[in-house]
Design a binder for this molecule. Sequence first.
Ligand SMILES: [Zn+2]
Length: 216
Amino acid sequence: MRIILLGLVGAGKGTQAQMLAQHMGIAHVASGDLFRQHQEQGTELGLLVKQYMEKGDLVPDDVTIRMIMDRIEREDCRQGFILDGFPRTMEQATALDRALGDQGVDCVVNIRVSQEELVRRLRGRLICRQCQTPYHQTNLPPKVEGRCDKCGGELYQRADDKPDVVQRRIQVQQGLLAALLDLYSKQGKLAEVDGEREIEKVSEQLLEAVSQCSPV
Ligand SMILES: [Zn+2]
């Protein structure tokens, strides 16, 4: 089973992908984790990624694609995989289809969350300056306001979580996502779940959606 999980940043993709992968006994391939691992291990791709990130540039599609392809060819992806954070662009989607051959992926699920809800989620994010533990003003507040439960460090809001930046980031992502939804919808592979419900409910819907598409 080859699954792509789509959704804007803040839609809860990572959490859902992890749970679904565990439930189905297939690999969870998160592009963010791959970036980090390659950098930690100092691989050729990792060094490339680092160069772009240090300059504040986006990692080019061909680098990301090589990283994902290298990952899904490994043994633990034989039974299937869930892609999380990839593809983000049409170029990546096309490269993936090409690499996977005729049938491409089996199933694409979009975790749908409204723009207002995403802004609310992202806007409330707080991070500990010392140990980087994440909190949320309303969903996961610290015991003492402004202080980390674990180390007592100061909590702050990242510059790119400020409301106007969040809004702009969501708009850019939404454009890219819309193109992908259109592509997979035309391929007859797209399902959607309501990402504004509780985590457990979203998981249930997701399982249901995935069970309705079988490997070709
Ligand atoms: Zn802390």
